[in-house]
Design a protein around this ligand. Structure first.
Ligand code: ZN
Length: 888
């Protein structure tokens, strides 16, 4: 009963923009935004005075604007800047301007002091100002680090989405493209980087004035500057000079990123038929102060751990992450930079496409990573959210600037990318590519909307792509397809129907135009399901029932009629690999939703040890999230011990078969599988696995035998989870002294999982002791909450120390609004979902509502599964463990 209360509340608070909206083509005047379209910038001459050791900076910008009709004043964005002088230059000479700052809107209103309007025509705004250096990546920020053992600091920028206004006054919306001509005055001895190559460097004594070649026309959020001392690893691809830049002493870690970029650039040039547009491509590894990566044109920046790789210590998982992130950011040089989303409402045109393209490139260059088989487990989380109450459409309407990070989410990236894959499969890769090439050529150095994209892909394919696409981009959720089949006179009659897949059973009349793929014997059929139901007949009656979505590319779930499901479960180890993974994923989701039992999912798991195909590693890695979900749902119930026993019985023989010593030349899938098994067996308390990991760690700690790269991360996670005070202290020392971002994250996330409650309290205390970078420190409570045993501890700590943690988190990527929802990740009681919604409202108001609703929906789902399964799952879990122990 409390469950449905929490869900009703989450639903009531959910802000959905409404039914599908039209998808018009790009029109500057019609593009949504805060600023008036009567004043349009075309050129910024921006000069910054930057010193890595200073906490403030100064700037002067001259913006050429076209005033399209007389206006009393000009409004542009500026935030946390102090004006020193403000002038309007035009045909009628210099006019002083008064500045009225609006802190809420983050704007300056500039009004001539003479009281006269500003005439139509071209003018220049000359604005001198001071600004502040940020502590984390929201604007111009300082990144403290160790350079060859000495403390140092560099300056870097992160201006997306709405932070250019913290560095210079700007028309800070994506549709206001302009040329940026940068100059930076910096102390002698520092290198200065920007989007474009240097044009000149003038020695001024203690300082040097660095001027850069003007950029092409681009939005303000893509401007990038960095000042520091750097090592560079240089290369080139397709005639473009490439550099990977690191802080001094880390160039050796740049080789993998350089090689990756050398593969990607020619591949993208060829795919789009439009070459990379700038004269160079630099990629900078920022040692602290930022998360993730940013695609700034010609100067992409990354957190160190997402760009740099040490073959001596790095795992295959890290290599995959780096390849994928570099592929994503380089793809943005086309999707986002060359052609920019018209407004934040259309940000999926940047992000879904970069996600989709990165996947294509990653699979192309690394077929041994089995990307297609891993795709479903990558998408499962977004599907879970999208089948609950706290979701939104990919194009969900107007995006307020103070909540812009809400649309940089799994719906935009993951669902958006997956929907593109599905549409590409439906249209055919060649026509899809032809349409994208035409779109790129037509819209380059400009902006675009969904209407532009579907126009060009529709032209290339001769299909009504827009209508099919809109049913996926403009409404929430996705369908569940019911399939029932029977043999009639030697042919198979297949009945298909669709309804929204809902975790809560909420009624919903939504319909999709679903591109379906059906495997029937040796044949593969495609069709577009438009209505609520459809019946088709295919020749022959093969032994296996028809498989729907066998390749797993469709963003929908499938419910087979019981008779067909039983046949498929029986034949599980003979199904095509991707069909096995899709069946596991769909069966688990149906059980979460109460449309089948978790026991049905356990029956499929019992067959997993017999699977020896290409999907072996991917299928087992999927159990990580399903068993983890069940662990969170069943904590505090008598079913949890049988769950742990069953998980150990399932996983331990797999690890025993692989062994702990990787043979030389082992494939990356096997390496990944071994790593996962070690971590999961430690999670489920397998004493032998923990003891083996501890012995390896102790030998490494004593300096006897370094941990091999293939095992290192998994062993550290296993040891940290079961740490005693001695090993805990050793791991904390490593966390505090490691000079590398990837290692700091590894130690922090591992230590946060510690089972011992007193040690978990010590992990929480680390967040406030000032020794860790603020982004890691502020996330520690959320990491601790990932162990559901410490949910209350992590949440209570976050509420108690809210002010300090919020200060550490800052605003980059909406980090502050994730603090409480992250710390509530260990809850599974409806009353805790309500508590989260109340606390978030009290501490953050409207700006935090969406993130709290998302986690409240997850808590409600865990509670619902607990209510249904805690009693009835005990016996099936015990019998699964018994069955597995009997197997040889
Ligand atoms: Zn991106």
């Amino acid at each position: 009963m409390n469950v449905s209360n929490a869900l009703a509340l989450a639903l009531a608070l959910c802000s959905w923009a409404g039914p599908a909206t039209a998808q018009p083509r790009f029109d500057f005047d019609q593009t949504p935004g805060l600023l008036s379209k009567h004043v349009r910038p075309s050129h910024y001459a921006l000069q910054l005075v930057l010193d890595p050791d200073a906490e403030r900076f100064s700037g002067e910008v001259t913006i050429a604007v076209t005033v399209r009709q007389p206006v009393p004043h000009i409004v542009l964005h500026a935030h946390q800047l102090t004006a020193r002088s403000t002038m309007l230059l035009g045909g009628d000479g210099e006019r002083a301007l008064t500045v009225t700052a609006d802190d809420k809107a983050q704007t300056w209103q500039l009004r001539p002091t003479d009281g006269q309007p500003i005439a139509a025509g071209t003018h220049r705004l000359r604005l001198a100002y001071d600004g502040r250096v940020q502590r984390s990546g929201a604007g111009l920020f300082g990144a403290p680090h160790q350079a060859l053992g000495q403390p140092a600091r560099l300056l870097a920028t992160q201006l997306e989405a709405v932070y250019a206004r913290r560095v210079f006054p700007a028309f800070d919306e994506p549709a206001f493209r302009s040329v940026f001509e940068l100059a930076v005055r910096a102390p002698k001895g520092y290198e200065v980087l920007s989007n474009m190559p240097p044009a000149s460097a003038v020695d001024e004594g203690a300082q040097v004035l660095h001027r850069f070649v003007p950029t092409p026309s681009m939005p303000s959020y893509l401007v990038a500057v960095a000042v520091g001392r750097f090592d560079a690893l240089s290369g080139q691809a397709a005639g473009v000079p490439l550099r990977i830049l690191t802080v001094p002493g880390k160039r050796d870690r740049a080789a993998y990123a350089l090689k990756t970029t050398e593969q990607l650039l020619p591949y993208y040039n060829d795919y789009f038929g439009v070459p990379y547009a700038l004269p160079k491509l630099d990629q900078l590894a920022v040692p602290s102060g930022r998360d993730g990566a940013m695609e700034d044109w010609g100067l992409i920046s990354y957190s160190e751990g997402t760009l740099l790789f040490d073959p001596a210590t790095g795992s295959v998982r890290q290599r995959r992450t780096i390849f994928n992130i570099v592929a994503h950011e380089v793809a943005h040089q086309w999707f986002g930079n060359l052609v920019t989303a018209a407004s934040w409402d259309e940000i999926w045109l940047n992000e879904a496409f970069a996600t989709w393209m990165a996947r294509k490139a990653t699979d192309h260059f690394n077929p041994d990573w089995q990307g297609p088989l891993r795709q479903r487990s990558y998408v499962d989380g977004a599907m879970e959210r999208d089948s609950g109450p706290a979701t939104r459409a990919i194009r969900s309407g107007s995006v307020p600037e103070n909540r812009v990070f809400e649309v940089f989410d799994d719906i935009t990236y993951t669902k958006g990318g997956a929907v593109l894959s599905m549409l590409e499969q439906w249209i055919g890769p060649a026509k899809f590519r032809a349409g994208l090439g035409a779109y790129m050529r037509a819209r380059r150095f400009s902006n675009a909307t969904a209407g532009d994209l579907w126009f060009h892909i529709g032209q290339a394919s001769g299909r009504d792509v827009a209508a099919v696409a809109a049913s996926w981009t403009d409404q929430r959720g996705f369908p569940l397809i019911h399939l029932a089949s029977r043999c009639v006179d030697g042919a198979t009659r297949i009945e298909l129907s669709q309804q929204r897949f809902s975790m809560t059973g909420a009624a919903d009349g939504s319909r999709w135009q679903v591109p379906l793929v059906i495997r029937h014997g040796e044949r593969t059929e495609t069709l577009l399901l438009k209505g609520a139901q459809q019946t088709i007949t295919l020749p022959g009656c093969p032994t296996l029932p028809p498989l729907l979505n066998p390749g797993g590319e469709g963003f929908y779930r499938v419910a087979y009629a019981p008779a067909q499901h039983a046949v498929l479960a029986q034949a599980f180890d003979r199904l095509p690999p991707s069909a096995r993974i899709t069946l596991l994923s769909d069966t688990f989701a149906l059980a979460q939703a109460g449309q089948t039992t978790m026991a049905a999912y356990l029956d499929l798991l019992a067959a997993l040890p017999r699977v020896q195909g290409a999907d072996k590693s991917a299928a087992w890695s999927g159990t990580r999230s399903t068993l983890g979900f069940l662990d969170g749902a069943l904590i505090g119930t008598p079913a949890r011990a049988p769950l742990h026993a069953a998980a150990r019985a399932l996983l331990a023989p797999q690890l025993a078969a692989l062994g702990w010593t990787p043979p030389s030349g082992e494939d990356s899938e096997t390496e990944a599988l071994r790593g996962n098994l070690i971590v999961e067996l430690a999670r489920f308390g397998d004493a032998a696995t923990v003891a083996r990991a501890q012995a390896l760690f102790d030998a490494d700690e004593a300096g006897r035998t370094p941990l091999p790269a293939a095992l290192r991360a998994s062993v550290i996670r296993a040891v940290a989870r079961h740490a005693d005070p001695v090993r805990f202290k050793q791991l904390v020392a490593r966390l505090k002294t490691s000079p590398h971002d990837d290692d700091r994250w590894l130690y922090a996330t591992s230590l946060a999982q510690v089972e011992d409650a007193d040690l978990a309290r010590q992990v929480l205390a680390l967040s406030l002791d000032g020794r860790l970078p603020p982004n890691i420190a502020s996330r520690l409570p959320g990491m601790v909450a990932d162990n559901p045993a410490h949910g209350e501890l992590a949440y209570g700590f976050t509420v108690e120390h809210w002010t300090a943690l919020a200060d550490l988190a800052g605003t980059m990527y909406g980090a502050r609004s994730w603090l409480l929802p992250g710390a509530a990740g260990g809850f599974n009681r409806p009353e805790d979902a309500q508590r989260l919604l109340r606390d978030q409202q009290r501490l953050l108001g409207e700006t935090g509502a969406a993130n709290a609703q998302r986690i409240a929906a997850q808590i409600a789902l865990l509670a619902a599964v607990q209510a249904r399964e805690a009693e009835r799952l005990r016996a099936p879990l015990q019998s699964l463990a018994a069955r597995l122990q009997r197997q040889p």
